[in-house]
Design a protein around this ligand. Structure first.
Ligand code: NI
Ligand code: MN
Length: 224
């Protein structure tokens, strides 16, 4: 499985045939690695409806025909815009040819740019038997332990930028709770307010937990 970082909290998981696109905020993202018109997707997953996550979802979904999985209130708004949606709630699992996605808790708030209030989620993804945990936007909370206990995590995608999410110091504890083989940080350095020292995060996680940290610049790929 290739995990390609596209900037901010946007990732594409691919195996060649299928591409799972997560939180495609590309237009207006100063660190976007690709334009919304060029990105590929066979499935789109959303952690929540803030503008820096819903991003270009509607235009990409309409161009590619990819179904969008998002928590029910957010899926409702997207469905009204003509997008093909899957609408689970927290704890729900949606199956696809490539595997499945389960919505798990995240501690955050969310209202879409159009005003729909929606509960944020983390995304637990099984992609051809590799397990990826995209934490979404969240603070540190102890129930993260349960996610890794139920499903051993290959790759955790962890926000570290602070202010709108946990910072790099809390994220070290999050990495410890999750116990992923590999941690890839995100949601930092996109804007001045969320600048942080990712190299320090890597050093601290690798000295105090079981996980390895892979730092990706937008556009770079990690193969898991
Ligand atoms: Ni958010
Ligand atoms: Mn965000």
């Amino acid at each position: 499985m290739d995990v390609r970082f596209l900037g901010h909290a946007c990732f594409a998981l691919s195996d060649g045939a299928d591409t799972v696109l997560i939180d495609p905020f590309l237009t207006g993202n100063p660190k976007a690695a690709i334009s919304a018109d060029d990105v590929n997707a066979t499935s789109i997953l959303l952690s929540h409806g803030h503008g820096d996550h819903i991003g270009d979802t509607v235009s990409i979904a309409k161009r590619t025909g990819a179904p969008v999985t998002a928590i029910v209130e957010l899926a409702g708004e997207l469905g009204e815009e003509g997008v093909d949606v899957r609408d689970p709630n927290l704890g729900g699992t949606v199956k696809f040819d490539w595997g499945w996605v389960k919505l798990v808790p995240a501690w955050h708030t969310s209202t879409t740019p159009k005003g729909t209030v929606n509960t944020p989620a983390g995304l637990l993804i099984n992609f051809y038997d590799k397990v990826v945990y995209h934490l979404g936007d969240t603070s540190l909370f102890s129930d993260m332990t349960l996610v890794g206990k139920r499903h051993p995590i290959d790759v955790a995608l962890v926000p570290i930028g602070g202010h709108y999410t946990m910072d790099r110091l809390d994220a070290v504890d999050a990495a410890d709770l999750i116990g992923a083989k590999t941690v890839i940080p995100c949601h930092y350095d996109t804007f001045p307010l969320i600048e942080t020292d990712a190299q320090a995060f890597k050093s601290e996680v690798e000295s105090s937990t079981r996980s390895d940290v892979v730092l990706l610049d937008p556009g770079q790929t990690h193969t898991a």
